[in-house]
Write a protein that binds this ligand. Structure first.
Ligand code: PRP
Ligand code: MN
Ligand code: MG
Length: 179
């Protein structure tokens, strides 16, 4: 797998530092609250595990599964809700956990869904924020890194379901997806 990577952007150590930094910030900001972390599968699975271990709060964890990339390297406009949350979000302080905010369409979809269901507050903690990729207006409240406008994989992020298990985030070689 490493052979398919053009450049490593964020290694395990720098991701761990980002988790510590954001975990501390969230712990301070949500003091006295019991937030509901909503992890967006599949991409956020590692970030969820690493970030939540740095949060010192009574908190709950739920998973939701949506899909925007239907294969390929560009996200589609159509978001599908694949697996819904099991608990009620009404009146809760929700923190969405994402691996990346790119066009912003997935995040906007989720924020609208949670608002409709009566969440008290909705924020997002993402490992990567690809600001240049935005197609809709939505901001990340907590971001580990502002990532370059390149197709990145690893640490949860996939290309056609592969590379999620790389322990770092890197740029995928163009020849991998143009052949
Ligand atoms: C990816 C990524 C984010 C979303 C970001 O998920 O994990 O959830 O796309 O893209 P956007 O800002 O352009 O909407 P994907 O739909 O590929 O599903 P996955 O997490 O299962 O890989
Ligand atoms: Mn995702
Ligand atoms: Mg994907």
């Amino acid at each position: 797998m490493d052979n398919d990577i053009q450049e490593v952007l964020y290694d395990q150590e720098s991701i761990q530092k980002a988790a510590e930094r954001l975990g501390k910030q969230i712990t301070q900001d949500y003091a006295g609250s019991t937030p509901l972390f909503l992890s967006v599968l599949k991409g956020a699975y590692l970030w969820t595990a690493d970030l939540l271990r740095e949060v010192d709060l009574y908190a709950e964890l739920e998973f939701i599964k949506i899909s925007s990339y239907h294969g390929g390297v560009s996200s589609s406009d159509e978001i599908t809700l694949v697996t819904d949350v099991r608990s009620d979000v009404r009146g809760r302080d929700v923190i969405i956990l994402e691996d990346i905010v790119d066009t912003g369409q997935s995040l906007l979809f989720l924020k609208e869904l949670l608002a409709k269901r009566g969440a008290k507050s909705i924020k997002v903690a993402t490992l990567l924020d690809k600001i240049e990729g935005r197609k809709v207006e939505v901001d990340a409240d907590y971001a580990g890194f502002n990532v370059r406008n390149e197709f990145v994989v690893g640490y949860g992020l996939d290309y056609e379901e592969h590379y999620r298990n790389l322990p770092y985030v890197g740029i995928l070689k163009k020849e991998v997806y143009t052949k």
